[in-house]
Design a protein around this ligand. Structure first.
Ligand SMILES: Cc1cc2nc3c(=O)[nH]c(=O)nc-3n(C[C@H](O)[C@H](O)[C@H](O)COP(=O)(O)O)c2cc1C
Length: 330
């Protein structure tokens, strides 16, 4: 079984993040980063329970737009048959790769014996990868693990399992499930995975700056590096560009606009999602002095208007609010 070539256009990848890397946010990141800087991205995880998902759901996760940078669908589940058939359908609807999630620490995933629950069962992990690879013959199947469940003792076994199942890439989030999202990270675990398998490894966990991307590759020998939360605070991290405060504010305004125009959120929901990014935000020195004040703004319209002012698009924003609220019957 020869792993298929990966479609990535550069070594830096945007991590799958539930509730964040849906098409509205993801497309803005893809728009602002050339394919030479951002090599690939993923949908948030798509949960498969005991039935294959309809193609419509998979299409919604991919979104309407396509970029030179590939965006793969990530699936999470434990029912091998349902997962494999969903993986096949993901390719049918145009996913250029299929990623399998073996890291989600959420209680819902654990109850369903999916996500990080599979870190205790390398043999089952291998069987899932193998079943998906057997039906997905034209694009690569990739696997994303954490370093382990309670500790990193099984890391090599898990890496071997993914490779033996036929994964074309192994992404290692270097924290264990028990470590959650703690700040302290141990990149030597990524180096252990690199040493254990012959397939390419993507390192993940604790990248804070553009310089960290190259540093992780150098220190661990991994081929690709995946960025999660730092990309929420600086969508330009992949190219290391410093943007003005107006450009930074415009990203947030465009995000709110995309959420409202797609019908995914009204003004209140859009402002809440913008605040989620603001908690991480570092780009454009936008909030050096008054992040707390912006985060504490209770009025969604006032927060979004502040941002539109900072972006220099205040009058255009007023008409966005009017049109979307009218369309939503508000
Ligand atoms: C809000 C949020 C949602 C996430 N959702 C997913 C997901 O859907 N699939 C997945 O494999 N990992 C998910 N993760 C984990 C990230 O992909 C990544 O592995 C983790 O954040 C570590 O990278 P970082 O230290 O660069 O943030 C999520 C993380 C966050 C913060």
């Amino acid at each position: 079984m020869t792993p298929l070539p990966l479609p990535f256009t550069a070594p830096w990848l945007l991590a799958p993040m539930e509730g964040v890397t849906e098409p509205c946010f993801r497309d803005l990141v893809l728009e602002r980063n050339p394919a030479a800087a951002l090599g690939g991205a993923y949908t948030e995880f798509v949960r498969v329970v005991d039935l294959p998902l309809p193609r419509r759901v998979l299409r919604e996760h991919l979104g309407p737009r396509r970029f030179e940078t590939p965006v793969g669908i990530q699936l999470m589940g434990a029912d091998i048959g349902a997962l494999a058939e969903t993986a096949r359908r993901a390719v049918e609807v145009g996913s250029p790769l299929v990623d399998l999630n073996f890291g989600c620490p959420a209680k819902g995933a654990l109850r369903g014996c999916a996500g990080s629950a599979l870190l205790k069962e390398p043999a089952k992990l291998e069987a899932i990868v193998r079943a998906c690879v057997a039906v997905v013959t034209t694009v690569p199947v990739t696997a994303k693990i954490r370093a382990g469940f309670d500790d990193a003792v099984l890391l090599e076994d898990l890496a071997h399992a993914a490779a033996a199942g036929g994964a074309s890439l192994l992404t290692v989030h270097c924290r264990t499930r028990a470590e959650g999202y703690q700040e302290l990270v141990d990149w030597s675990r990524i180096a252990r995975a690199v040493a254990a398998v012959a397939i390419p490894v993507c390192g993940n966990g604790g990248v804070d700056t553009h310089a960290d991307l190259e540093r992780m590759r150098r220190e661990t020998g991994c081929d690709y590096v995946m960025v999660g939360r730092a990309a929420l605070g600086d969508p330009w991290i992949f190219q290391g560009a410093r943007v003005s405060s107006a450009e930074a504010a415009l990203f947030l305004v465009d995000y709110a606009r995309a959420l409202m125009e797609s019908g995914n959120a009204r003004e209140k929901g859009a402002a809440a999602r913008v605040k989620q990014l603001l908690r991480h935000w570092t780009a454009g020195a936008l909030f050096d002095h008054d992040r707390a004040r912006w985060l504490g703004e209770p009025e969604p319209r006032a927060l979004l208007a502040h941002l539109a002012r900072a972006a220099g698009v205040e009058s255009a924003w007023d008409s966005v609010v009017e049109t979307t609220e009218r369309a939503a019957g508000g």
